[in-house]
Design a protein around this ligand. Structure first.
Ligand SMILES: [Zn+2]
Length: 223
């Protein structure tokens, strides 16, 4: 998620047969291990089951309703290809490269560090948001020099890194809104999923540093 736009991928990524994610197919690079492919497919299978009673205004604007079918449709419009890479740094978890349309990569930090299922999905939705060329790929803002929160994935320091958002609609903001809505409105999620969703939502929203965006998100979270 860090330093996403300066990642230049020189390697050629060969594409292997595709796997169904909901009603669409996603193509995994050949270097994506079978275990990871299965995990991703299973994670989306879980997400597809989500049902909810309502959605917050920013969620409605960004994703539409809180429902598995809607989440998969949203993702499938943006991501068709999935790879594994270093993403340009030891602390990166995942990335996009605007030169490769509709593609996301995850790193060993995503694969090897154990995080809840909903947190893995949050990362994929964060990256999917970055594929939106029409929104300049939602570039991150530079975290202040005195920024205290650290990466919930790796523990890495974030101050002076381009790992914050200055909008209520960027990758950190939107992924946080998504998980906040799941934590509050999902009608068929386990208590653990809801607790995990709240934990990661509360963490990611700390990456928003613009006062107007912070206020907009506070109103949305209180919905
Ligand atoms: Zn990002």
């Amino acid at each position: 998620m860090v330093r996403l736009f300066i990642v230049m991928l020189a390697l050629v990524h060969f594409v292997s047969p595709s796997y169904a994610i909901g009603s669409a197919d996603m193509q995994f690079d050949e270097n994506v291990a079978t275990d990871l492919k299965s995990q991703v497919v299973n994670d989306f299978s879980f997400l597809e089951s989500i049902q909810a009673s309502k959605a917050s205004p920013i969620h409605q604007t960004t994703f539409g309703t809180v429902s598995g079918a809607n989440y998969l449709q949203w993702f499938n419009k943006r991501v068709l290809f999935f790879g594994v890479d270093t993403c340009g740094g030891s602390t990166a978890v995942a990335c996009v490269d605007p030169a490769f349309k509709n593609k996301i990569w995850v790193t060993d930090n995503y694969i090897q560090i154990s995080h809840p299922q909903i947190a893995r999905l949050m990362t994929l939705y964060h990256e999917a948001r970055h594929t939106e060329e029409e929104n300049d790929n939602w570039p991150h803002a530079k975290c202040p020099s005195n920024f205290k929160p650290t990466s919930i994935w790796t523990g890495a320091k974030l101050n002076n890194e381009y790992a914050c958002d200055d909008t209520a609609y960027g990758s950190y903001s939107s992924a946080s809104v998504m998980l906040n809505n799941i934590s509050k409105f999902c009608t068929n999620c386990s208590a653990k999923v809801k607790a995990d969703a709240k934990l990661y939502s509360d963490d990611q929203v700390k990456r928003v540093i613009d006062n107007t965006a912070i206020q907009q998100l506070a109103v949305d979270f209180a919905f």
